[in-house]
Design a protein around this ligand. Sequence first.
Ligand code: CTP
Length: 397
Amino acid sequence: MLAGKRILLVIGGGIAAYKTLELIRLLRGQRAEVSPVLTRAGAQFVTPLSVSALAGEAVHEDLFDLTKEAEMGHIQLSRSADLVVVAPATADLMAKMAQGHASDLATTLLLATDTPVLIAPAMNVRMWQHPATQRNCEWLKGDGVALIGPNAGDMACGEHGPGRMAEPEEIVEAIAARLAAGPLAGKRVLVTSGPTHEPIDPVRYIANRSSGAQGTAIARALAALGADVVFITGPADVPPPGGVEVVRVQTAAQMLEAVQTALPADAAVFAAAVADWRVTTQNEAKIKKQAGALPVLELAENPDILAHVAQMGEGRPGLVVGFAAETCDVIDNATAKRVRKGCDWIVANDVGPATGIMGGTENAVHLVTGEGVEDWPRMDKALVARRLAQRLAEALA
Ligand code: CTP
């Protein structure tokens, strides 16, 4: 997949640099060429010898290295790659990138490059959450820099939360997605996924059994065909794919807002299992049990995000795909749903408990379009996703 691709890999000074060694090994395993650049701080965590031994190339460390400048100038080095990857991207490196510093070899390369840049942030949770880092993050995104991670979890500093560098496998996936020159290159596709959680009070919520597996697989398959994917997800069981822009939401109202912000798009796939109802007024305090009296929850209807986008007129994505989760009369209900909601295609599936589809790894779907109904055989959700992504690519060609 990455054979012959050249990655300029900047290794910043964080404890996660040890995982970058594994990243180099994985990239080389996929026959990518890796030019490593080690910052001064990075060299405190991994040695130039281990980096160059794994990369099979000399490490670039110094801006004023006459020998290396004679072989290849730093400007040329910055443009010699298909992708520049920064892993770990420390808070300091991100701040320097956002500000346009050129104070050492790494920052100079990052300022001089005309190649796409992907960064894998890694830092203490407080540092990640600090407004300055979040501001830098937004600036970098605005400059076209792509991010993978950080993930939440236990950190080397003993704290817990977002800040862990994405795993090497995830970074490889993100790199492959950035480099994919597939049929969807240059197309922006929005995908909603997962359940939504509608709060009842601070500790309880209305939810459903969606794991987010099918929506995640679709986003992954679209990215693998080269699409720029905006992945808007409720609280799912499965982690989001690498190489896509992830927007996390809890409620249907937040999902609608995130969708509106993410538009315009060439296509939109609505795989989320959005809760149809929310509690009209959310209780500020936990509802207490009262002897002999049951609480009554008044429900209000949630906005139908798919119908809203499918019927929006100006700014409507060229192709709008919905899902229909049915437990009976699957095709009839899905055909009616396609017309009622105004979308172009409906991917219909039977989510009755006997099928094991909701929360499972396989799916058996029917693709309902204006031309008719196609019955796809039961297969792995990843295969359903790839077939759907391929169909999208043909429709958008
Ligand atoms: N959907 C949506 N917003 C909602 C409800 C559903 O965007 N508030 C989208 C889903 O993402 C899916 C499609 O609409 O693509 C159909 O969802 P489904 O739950 O099958 O249908 P409902 O609209 O809930 O209809 P019903 O309950 O009558 O089956």
